[in-house]
Design a binder for this molecule. Structure first.
Ligand SMILES: Cc1cc2nc3c(=O)[nH]c(=O)nc-3n(C[C@H](O)[C@H](O)[C@H](O)COP(=O)(O)O)c2cc1C
Length: 677
């Protein structure tokens, strides 16, 4: 048995011992006095033990100690006729004290009576749930009634054992304890039955469900909420998916955000059942079926923030008569789980879904697709049918049936990835072998009647959009020879910025444009030039991007050369300061001209400074004359701040580092350097 349960049971011993010792034999005043002393000592020991062993005490312990303490004073310090009053009515008084204990704490803003006991029994993660609070408040008032009934019985029965012990015991054991056991389940069940849900349109997997959540997002409920919610769903149909809420919008992507406000760790099937209302979420949390880290209030708000999938589907269906646009997305990145291109693709698909389009994702990485061997069997011997019986025949059927075929690929050697190339080669069965002149050039006509259009989505590593020239050219050829209009090009240079935490704000425009592209394709049949340009626009100057990328590689190379595993943490003060200079936000600095000197002690001591002028920030070794601000810090402290292990302002207040000169500059540093300070 757990220690807290043992201590809960032993908390009754002092009053029981007091009653027994006071009543056995002649029940004289002397005997009552001895009983009182024993009782108060035992209650004191119990109180200290609870404090020491489990760091907190229950109201019962406090009530018993108070009752026995006051009783001792009463019995010893008052004349015999007054002290015998306490002896005669001690049980009645005890019930009254307990009755008051159930009423007073919450009136002064303290936890209600049953809270402390329930906290000992229930896991900490549920303490802040509204259900936990409400249940405890209800139970506390229920105990008020029980203790009042006992007080009344004992008072009317003039302390006779039948009325002061037997009947109260029957009430406590026969009514009190069973209600305490049954009521929480009853309450939670009732709450959850009140929201029935039609499962006919429900997604089949938890991951699919999360991807649909932005469709049911309610900006009016979110207000100016800015948070990321991480789902870590294990087992079949699961995965790591992140929802990002900002500026009244919600987006979803596969992967793990750096600083989620809330993390939900659950087996995929449990989360699916919870959302289908087959399992009560609060009960499941209390039973440990899933785990939550971070902001519990955000968890509680999720019901308001997102409509259930049923409503979304209903809305889709209201576009009666309109045939739904079918979008098939082919993802050619060999690392789809952490893909930059995927981030744009998901935004695009969500935009399309918001207009009622039906979307399907194919991850080529997960498919078995043999390269084309050029046997032409699909043209000559078995027209339209390939010799390979891998995953491609099924995909060909999907391609035939879609309205928009989205090609998503990172730029590899100025081109698409080999995965996507293999897929495209295997589209050969869809073409007729004859060479037919159409316009200026000859081409192979489509074998099957089709009305398909294409969208190209790509990210690349380099900062200039010109790196996409060859890829664009290829798709223009495909467009002409395949009679498949290319209705959108979503090309983002510097694609790695999509995953940089410090760039979170800067990439919002690109994400919104990708979302808008999905809407435009579905509503207007093509992506507007403005939207395409918004995605192509460099987010940071090419030099800054190169500097950031080089720093990243340096830090990872250093990890390798020193034989250390790379932790994803910044562990080098010099690199950190160089990184700060590279990620400098010139807009926030306006026309500031200043110099910040770092005098670093501790594990990695040294002198470095950052000079800011003409909207640029330069990192330099050594000391500068007359810096505007000098920061003296142990390297461990500043690195901990950059790694979000320490709060910068708090560390300053606590004197973990010092700053002299223009302190207002220190306060503004966050706006220039983002997450690095
Ligand atoms: C084998 C390989 C070749 C690459 N070739 C180029 C290239 O020619 N130009 C470029 O700008 N980036 C190139 N990159 C970088 C990727 O295009 C870039 O990191 C992209 O955002 C990755 O997308 P993903 O995360 O969706 O896979 C290459 C990366 C790899 C692994």
């Amino acid at each position: 048995m757990k220690l807290n349960k043992v201590l809960f049971i032993t908390s009754f011993i002092p009053v029981i011992v007091f009653k027994v010792v006071a009543r056995v034999g002649d029940a004289t005043l002397i005997q009552a006095k001895i009983a009182m002393v024993i009782g108060v000592i035992l209650a004191g020991i119990q109180f200290i033990l609870s404090r020491q062993l489990i760091k907190h005490t229950t109201y019962l312990e406090k009530a018993f100690l108070g009752f026995l303490g006051v009783g001792t004073a009463w019995i010893y310090l008052t004349p015999t006729d007054v002290s015998s009053l306490f002896v005669d009515h001690s049980t009645t008084l005890l019930y009254f004290v307990l009755f008051l204990t159930t009423l007073i704490p919450q009136a002064f803003g303290y936890d209600p009576f049953t809270y402390a006991i329930a906290k000992q029994m229930a896991p900490e993660r549920v303490w802040n749930t509204p259900q936990f609070r409400t249940i405890n408040l209800h139970l506390t008032y229920f105990w008020s009634l029980i203790f009042f009934a006992n007080f009344f019985s004992s008072w009317l029965g003039h302390g006779k054992p039948l009325f002061s012990i037997l009947i109260p015991l029957i009430i406590i054991l026969g009514i009190g304890l069973p209600v305490v056991r049954i009521y929480p389940k009853y309450y939670l069940k009732r709450q959850f039955i009140s929201q029935p849900i039609d499962l006919s349109f429900f997604p089949d997997t938890a991951k699919e469900l999360i991807f649909r959540m932005p469709m049911g997002f309610r900006p009016e409920a979110a207000g100016d909420l800015k948070a990321e919610i991480q789902f870590d769903l294990s087992g079949e149909g699961g995965g790591k998916v992140a929802l990002s809420i900002s500026g009244g919008k919600c987006t979803v992507r596969e992967g793990v955000p750096l600083f989620p406000a809330l993390t939900i760790i659950s087996p995929a099937d449990i989360w699916l059942k919870i959302t289908r209302r087959e399992i009560d979420p609060a009960r499941a949390l209390m039973d440990g079926l899933y785990e939550v880290k971070g902001d519990m209030n955000l968890l509680m708000k999720m019901g308001d923030l997102f409509r259930p999938p049923l409503r979304i589907k209903e809305e889709d269906l209201t576009q009666k008569g309109e045939k739904k646009m079918k979008i098939l997305a082919i993802q050619g990145s060999p690392r789809p789980k952490v893909s930059n291109t995927e981030v744009l693709l998901q935004q695009f698909l969500q935009g399309a879904q918001s207009q009622g389009a039906e979307t399907e994702m194919i991850y080529l990485k997960e498919k078995d697709i043999h390269s084309c061997v050029g046997c032409y069997t699909c043209w000559a011997k078995t027209p339209g049918v390939c010799v390979f019986k891998d995953d491609m025949p099924e995909l060909l059927e999907k391609v035939k049936g879609c309205d928009i075929l989205v090609y998503a690929t990172p730029l590899y050697n100025y081109n698409m990835t080999s995965l996507l190339k293999a897929f495209q080669e295997r589209l050969l069965p869809l073409l007729d072998p004859h060479l037919i002149k159409m316009g200026e050039i000859y081409r192979h006509p489509q074998r099957y009647k089709m009305n398909r259009k294409m969208v190209l989505i790509s990210t690349c590593g380099f900062p200039e959009v010109s790196h996409f020239d060859a890829l664009r050219h290829i798709f223009r050829h495909i467009e002409r020879s395949g009679q498949t209009p290319l209705v959108g090009e979503l090309l983002m240079p510097g694609g790695e910025l999509l995953k940089q935490y410090g760039m979170k704000e800067n990439v919002q425009g690109v994400l919104q444009a990708a979302y808008r592209a999905g809407i435009e394709v579905t509503k207007e049949g093509r992506v507007s030039k403005e939207t395409e340009m918004e995605i192509q626009k460099p987010l940071v100057p090419p030099d800054a991007l190169a500097e950031m990328a080089n720093l990243w590689w340096d830090s990872h190379l250093e990890g390798v050369t020193q034989g250390k595993p790379v932790q994803g943490k910044i562990e080098d003060m010099r690199l950190l300061l160089r990184g700060m200079a590279a990620s400098f936000n010139s807009q926030a600095a306006e026309d500031l001209k200043t110099a910040i000197q770092f005098e670093v002690k501790g594990k990695q001591s040294g002198n470095w400074f950052l000079s800011i002028e003409n909207g640029k920030c330069a990192f330099q070794e050594g000391k500068i004359n007359d810096p505007n601000l000098t920061i003296q810090t142990p390297s461990e402290v500043w690195l901990a701040i950059a790694n979000k292990e320490l709060d910068g302002q708090q560390a300053f207040m606590e004197g973990k580092y010092t700053a002299t000169g223009d302190i207002s500059l220190l306060m503004r540093m966050k706006s220039f350097f983002g997450s690095a300070v």
